[in-house]
Design a protein around this ligand. Structure first.
Ligand code: IVH
Length: 675
């Protein structure tokens, strides 16, 4: 393809992808299949790799991430990012209104109310309609440049077009992780035996500081914008600037309202007091702003915050109820979670019967006793938390609570590692919820995907002692199943077919299904591609393990202890015998055809389609050799993004051919060698 054609096609693809993105994310519809969309995006990425001169900062390919930032640059804000004065009462709000009236010397002003979104404040710079920089609030005067990560936020326009768009402007907004995404992420973490994340706000903040923007892209952050800033404002009011932002395609929450006076503001506050819990994100109050910019200018600022705005914070709804008892749940990994059983109480629109207590430290910190009147509060979690005790209501005869010492399911004495908050039941092999939990994990959609078996069936199979390990699933016979409660001929055959089909699952799924602690979906994939087969992983030393991508000390130790265990070795031997995949299928890694035979390569930088180890393995499989240093004898320097300039210079000086990832892919796909 010649340059001109490439540019034209890239422009075309950018338009198409943007069009379909907009349909999908803003209008909840679509005209093409996910596959067609992926193909379009893939073509765009491929062309941009081939013609990097046409890789624009506003290309929707930026949304999928791929760049790695080692440390974030500190950037000074052009306009400082101030905070807001807080109030918790309508009386204080009326005082605020009186101050505004007095300072303005008239009462001919309006307010603009928005919800106060609980996320991470971002400052977004646009030049000639293109998003050029995204910076966190930091200390208010300087923050971190997290542009690559912000570009992955799908609702954030990377380029805006239209009439009367200022050449330079800044948009302020709140990046957040929608509650639904947060809960899904935590469910996945729990399935991987990882500690749950505390709340959506901290998770969004941590996500924006991740080094790998491809991981950020998968976290599905969103952003609501709430102010437009520029040298000479082209709009007389905040409401008009918000309307302009909406018109330009920014994501503005539809919850705002113009209020003619402070009474209307109070109505707005009441209106959202409980409705806000139905929004896709957490909010902790409302922001009241004087609408006219000229009035804002008259009112000015104090040292920390504007005099033209104030935040009204909702008191988090806190209700008293009685602690009836504490239950202890045992997870797949043996972790014990205490749960408070409560006298049912209505809180923020729902009846609450249970509250989470996290661990023994939390019970101790609160000093809980059965029968206590406790206060519960609804935060970001679905399950509310206990915030305190009404000690005046404590019964004389109540006793301090002692955390259980034995597993409520199997009676084994619990263990707690020094420095750890969580108690574990060490009876991994014999504790029923741990056994059932492992089978559940094994059949999960993300692992062996045996959807013909549900939680109830696992319980039945366990009760009958038919399935105690994943390998037992494959030994089940027709007669075993048909005799179970609720099973008929068709459901029995479906169940067996589901189990049989699972034998086709790829090695990375099998590896994840084994339930090695801390080896989640992504880590299992990385391990599978790095070591190629189970024996490679099982025999790897600590040093070899931590050399693999994304494997750190904690994961490496967990892998070592898993493979040291005789029962786990036996399980793997049985599953191998049954015919599960314990190596990466050859075709999945491009069966080496010797197309690189005799050629030498140095690999440098970051790549789109491979991680570095995968790339090296692919070279070897095709008969090529991977070298460490650049010398005159080297055939190719395979250059990714962010390659060091010294390597590039050395290769150029020595006349070594420098090839892109795309050119390399053409070589192994047999599209000829490099000309
Ligand atoms: S306007 C001078 N509007 O609240 C500051 N801020 O306490 C004007 N926030 O750092 C900010 N929702 O992170 C504004 N609708 C909203 C907001 C909002 C959340 C946050 C923002 C800011 C903090 C100020």
């Amino acid at each position: 393809m010649i340059e001109e054609e490439a540019k034209q096609r890239i422009d075309e693809l950018i338009e198409l992808v943007n069009y379909h993105n907009n349909l999908y994310y803003q209008q909840d519809t679509s005209e093409i299949t996910d596959y067609q969309f992926d193909m379009m995006l893939e073509e765009l990425v491929r062309l941009e790799q081939q013609f990097p001169q046409f890789k624009y900062p506003y290309s929707p390919s930026q949304r999928v991430g791929g760049s790695v930032t080692k440390s974030f640059r500190t950037v000074r804000h052009k306009y400082p990012m101030l905070s807001l004065g807080n109030t918790y009462s309508t009386d204080e709000l009326i005082d605020f209104d009186n101050r505004v009236k007095k300072l303005l010397g008239h009462s001919n002003y309006r307010y603009f109310c928005e919800l106060k979104f609980d996320g991470v404040a971002l400052s977004l710079s646009y030049e000639d309609g293109i998003l050029t920089q995204a910076v966190t609030r930091g200390d208010g005067s300087k923050g971190d440049d997290i542009t690559a990560n912000a570009r992955t936020i799908k609702t954030l326009p990377l380029r805006i077009t239209g009439n009367n768009i200022p050449q330079i402007f800044e948009v302020r907004g709140e990046a957040f992780m929608p509650n639904e995404v947060f809960h899904q992420l935590n469910a996945e973490r729990e399935a991987n035996g990882e500690v749950a994340l505390a709340n959506p706000r901290n998770t969004a903040s941590g996500t924006l500081k991740m080094q790998d923007s491809a991981v950020v892209a998968k976290r599905n952050l969103d952003c609501y914008v709430y102010s437009l800033m520029m040298e000479n404002p082209s709009f007389p009011t905040h409401s008009e600037s918000i309307a302009a932002l909406e018109k330009w395609g920014f994501n503005v929450s539809k919850t705002y309202a113009q209020c003619n006076d402070i009474n209307a503001v109070i109505e707005y506050i009441d209106h959202w007091a409980t409705l806000r819990f139905e929004l896709p994100l957490e909010t902790d109050g409302i922001v009241v702003k004087v609408d006219s910019f000229s009035d804002q200018e008259i009112l000015g600022f104090t040292a920390k915050s504007p005099r033209w705005a104030i935040a009204y914070k909702y008191k988090s709804e806190n209700k008293p109820t009685v602690l009836k008892s504490i239950s202890y749940q045992v997870g797949r990994t043996g972790a014990i979670t205490p749960v408070a059983n409560l006298e049912p109480v209505l809180l923020a629109g729902t009846t609450v019967k249970r509250a989470s207590l996290h661990n023994a430290n939390e019970i101790e910190r609160l000093g809980l006793r059965i029968g206590d009147t406790i206060f519960i509060e609804k935060g970001g979690e679905i399950i509310p938390k206990v915030t305190g005790i009404d000690i005046t209501k404590r019964r004389q005869d109540s006793q301090p609570l002692k955390f259980i010492e034995n597993c409520p399911e199997c009676g084994t004495r619990l263990m707690r590692q020094p420095g750890e908050a969580i108690h574990y039941c060490p009876n991994i092999k014999g504790c029923p919820p741990q056994i059932k939990g492992r089978i559940q994990h094994f059949i999960h959609r993300d692992t062996m995907d045996i959807d013909s078996i549900g939680e109830r069936t696992i319980a039945l199979l366990f009760e009958q002692q038919l399935v105690l390990t994943p390998a037992d699933l494959y030994k089940l016979q027709y007669d075993d199943i048909i005799s179970l409660e609720g099973f008929k001929d068709l459901s029995t055959r479906n169940l067996l077919a589901g189990i049989e089909n699972s034998k086709n699952s790829g090695f990375e799924r099998v590896l994840f299904a084994l339930g090695i602690r801390y080896v989640g979906k992504t880590v299992a994939e990385k391990l599978a591609y790095h070591f190629r087969n189970i024996d490679g992983i099982a025999s790897a030393s600590y040093e070899e393990l931590i050399e693999a991508p994304e494997i750190g000390d904690r994961i490496a130790k967990s892998i070592l202890s898993f493979f040291e265990d005789a029962d786990n070795q036996q399980l793997i031997a049985e599953l191998k015998e049954i015919g599960l995949n314990f190596e990466v299928k050859q075709e999945a890694v491009n069966l080496g055809n010797g197309s690189l035979s005799g050629m030498t390569f140095v690999v440098s930088g970051v790549f789109q389609s491979f991680d570095r180890e995968e790339l090296k393995n692919t070279i070897k499989q095709h008969g090529g050799k991977v070298m460490n240093g650049i010398s005159g004898k080297l055939n190719y320097l395979l250059a990714g993004e962010k390659m060091g300039p010294s390597k590039l210079k050395k290769a150029t000086d020595l006349g070594v051919e420098i090839i892109s990832e795309q050119q390399f892919i053409s070589m192994i796909e047999g599209n000829g060698s490099i000309q």
